[in-house]
Design a protein around this ligand. Structure first.
Ligand SMILES: *Cc1c(COP(=O)(O)O)cnc(C)c1O
Length: 381
């Protein structure tokens, strides 16, 4: 089955009891048993829910994985993976990581004796220098947030092969339509399904997908034992969103490419971060591992200060000022004070995340309206 058919059909059958074409929302906490232990595979809804099971089958298919395990949020999915580690274990992660992932690692798991190192691992030599015999996990986000650096997933996986190190890829920014890390050798893929998978900014959800039976059973155990499960209505919304994933992401990528070019020529803009540009340092790798270059664009202003960024951010009309990304509507954000406020300023500046950096999540509106909107806001600086 090809991708554009999978989004609509993989793992999805009409409901056997009624023929309903759409997966029903099984809003129940428990299931009646005919006699103790005699049931239809469902005992208690933290452990199993039919709406969730259908979504898990569909998500596994989208990433060419054996198993998908769903969670109440992207961070709950990440939390479950980090819970497979032990005190003393070391993790190497991308340095311009999603702020919430950085916070989860340093503030929650740091307390339990797990060591985290953050580095620009697009350079394999840097990665190599950090690996010790305690390294158990490499955490890759690509494209990175918000600098849109690209990491060569296959190169990282080849490098750590046979070393008993789990490679985890946060594939939220690319979505399974653009990039499939398991095919490139990764052990685990995670998504904040809140973003492109849901696609309509109306639900929080997360997923872990893997081909590794041992990892799958550990994560399945944690899903039930720790209980950060999504409700059936949320699973339904993600299933519904996925049906148009391919069309939404394709349009967002087309719009983003045009906006990146417009910004690159704009007199008020000093720098545009967009992996679709031939002079982007990760362009060749992006071309190899992604289908298109994504719907995210970041840029910096000639007037290199927070006040100018605030002027732009407060004056767009179609680009709404908000955290998050991946919805049908365009969003504009200020990483330094919003998504990345939990990262110390000195750390931010090291990776180019200045006070005037602006991040766009490009939606699927008409491109002329989007460009005119940005243009009028930039001219107020
Ligand atoms: C949003 C996001 C997360 C966190 O997901 P939630 O669903 O908000 O918990 C993690 N990683 C990336 C790249 C994200 O954009």
């Amino acid at each position: 089955m090809k991708f554009n058919t999978k989004v609509i059909h993989a793992g999805i059958e009409p409901d056997p009891s009624t023929g309903a074409i759409m997966t029903p929302i099984f809003q129940t906490s428990t299931y009646v048993q005919a006699a103790p232990g005699v049931h239809k595979g469902y005992e208690y809804a933290r452990t199993q829910n039919p709406t969730r099971s259908v979504l898990e089958k569909n998500l596994a298919a989208l990433e060419n994985g054996k198993e998908a395990i769903c969670f109440a949020s992207g961070l709950a999915a990440m939390d479950s993976i980090l819970k497979t580690l032990h005190p003393g274990d070391e993790v190497i992660a991308t340095d311009d990581l999603y702020g919430g992932s950085y916070r989860l690692m340093t503030k929650v798991f740091g307390k339990y004796g797990i060591q985290f190192q953050f580095a620009g691992i697009s350079d394999i030599n840097k990665l190599s220098a950090l690996i010790t015999d305690k390294t158990r996990m490499i955490w890759v986000e690509t494209p990175t947030n918000p600098m849109l650096n690209i990491i060569d997933i296959q190169a990282v996986c080849d490098f750590v092969k046979d070393r008993n190190i789990t490679v985890v890829v946060d594939n939220t920014f690319a979505s399974p339509y653009l990039q499939n890390p398991l095919d490139l050798g990764a052990d685990v893929v995670i998504h904040s399904a809140t973003k492109y998978l849901g696609g309509h900014s109306d639900v929080i959800h997360g997923v872990v997908i893997t081909n590794n039976d041992d990892i799958a059973s550990q994560i399945r155990f944690i899903q039930n034992a720790a209980g950060a499960v999504p409700g059936p209505q949320d699973c339904f919304l993600i299933l519904r969103g996925i049906k148009t994933l391919h069309i939404r992401v394709e349009r967002a990528c087309e719009n983003a490419a045009k906006i990146a070019s417009f910004l690159a020529d704009h007199p008020k803009v000093s720098k545009v971060y967009y992996p679709g540009f031939a002079n982007h340092p990760g362009h060749e790798v992006a071309k190899k591992q992604m289908k298109m270059y994504g719907g995210m664009v970041s840029f910096d202003l000639v007037a290199n200060n927070e006040e100018s960024a605030r002027t732009v951010l407060s004056n767009t009309h179609y680009f709404s000022l908000a955290e998050s990304l991946g919805g049908v509507e365009s969003l504009i954000g200020h990483p330094a004070s919003m998504t990345h406020a939990s990262i110390p300023r000195a750390e931010r500046l090291k990776v180019g995340l200045t006070d005037s950096l602006i991040r766009l999540s490009v939606g699927i509106e008409d491109i002329d309206d989007l460009i005119a909107d940005l243009d009028q806001a930039l001219h107020l600086v």
